[in-house]
Design a protein around this ligand. Structure first.
Ligand SMILES: [Zn+2]
Length: 339
């Protein structure tokens, strides 16, 4: 029996050494250690062994099995290492090859302009407030002194959701919402998207952005408004910029004005950019109408304030000398890359 086991082991060792691929090692494992393998056959022959010899023979069989298993494992490990080494050799990464360039996005010119305006007003102690794009007619018009039959309502080509709800035509309703909260004084700007039923052309779009500003406090006068907007214009267009206030009419402010700044291109002497006038119109403003204060729960006897509204696209177009508003919405990558 002992000899038989040794022959068996010798045969297994020989076959393991000859195996050159993992499949062959597996064959060896099945041939010797499998259910129908040779070692199992030896165990079946145990019934012919004398009873007192059986433990000894059993131990020998186990030792042979363990020896073959150890040899198989070792051979498998070696084979795997060789396969791995060869695989690494063929899968070499050439680190000198040029890598794909990651294209990193950047801010839209509208966003750059908005952040610039926000920076200026935050620097003067203003808070940035946002309001809903879909607004009640009440806030968009009524509370801003534009009753149902007011001609100003006709001027704004409004998108109606139903008779009481509109896509806001201006960011001014945010003023009414903030005043209603009753926390005074107020120093705020409200940037946001507005909507009008306009045809698309170089200066019009059904959707654009406004930045509304408002200050409500005791003893606020038109001088405060002028000083504030002068600083704003200088910060935005340069230290030498001058401002001009022209009387105008808005329903929610009294008195009202439109503001021009000296052309930053020619410094005021007149050029193609300012159509020879030396001035560029940038915004509308005025003292908040006492009736608006009243409707929004602010006592006009005690408080006064000013408001202004500027088109964000207008700022971006002027600042970056873009002559067509459509470029800001088309998102042509060749255009956007220039900022
Ligand atoms: Zn000019």
């Amino acid at each position: 029996m002992k000899e038989k086991l040794q022959t068996l082991k010798g045969e297994a060792v020989k076959q393991i050494q000859e195996a050159d691929i993992p499949e062959k090692l597996n064959d060896v494992r099945i041939r010797f250690l499998g259910k129908k393998g040779e070692l199992t056959a030896v165990l079946k022959g145990m019934k012919d062994v004398a009873a007192e010899e059986r433990p000894k023979v059993g131990q020998m069989v186990n030792e042979t099995r363990e020896a073959i298993e150890a040899l198989l494992d070792e051979a498998k490990k070696k084979m795997d290492a060789v396969i791995r080494a060869e695989k690494l050799k063929t899968e070499v990464i050439d680190v000198t090859l040029p890598a794909d360039r990651n294209s990193i996005g950047h801010r839209h010119p509208n966003t750059i302009a908005l952040e610039e305006v926000e920076r200026i007003f935050i620097g003067m102690g203003y808070e940035v407030v946002e309001g809903p794009d879909v607004e009640y007619d009440l806030y968009n018009f009524e509370k801003l002194n534009i009753p149902a039959d007011h001609p100003a309502k006709d001027e704004q080509d409004t998108f109606y959701i139903n008779k009481d709800i509109v896509l806001r035509t201006q960011t001014s309703p945010v003023q009414a919402r903030v005043m209603e909260q009753g926390k005074l004084p107020i120093r705020m700007i409200a940037p946001g998207r507005v909507f009008r039923s306009d045809e698309v052309d170089a200066t019009h779009s059904p959707s654009f952005h406004q930045i509304e500003g408002m200050v409500i406090d005791k003893n606020i006068s038109f001088a405060d408004l002028k000083g504030t907007l002068e600083i704003f214009a200088k910060e935005l267009f340069g230290e030498d910029t001058k401002t001009k206030f022209r009387p105008h009419h808005f329903p929610f402010t009294e008195p009202s004005a439109e503001v021009d700044v000296t052309c930053f291109k020619c410094g005021g002497s007149g050029c193609r950019f300012c159509k020879g006038t030396g001035w560029i119109e940038i915004l509308g403003c005025g003292m908040v109408h006492p009736h608006v204060l009243e409707m929004c729960g602010v006592d006009p006897e005690e408080y006064s304030g000013f408001a202004f509204g500027v088109g964000l696209e207008r700022i971006a177009l002027l600042k970056y000398e873009i002559d067509d508003m459509r470029l800001l919405f088309e998102n042509d990558i060749r255009f956007l890359k220039q900022f």
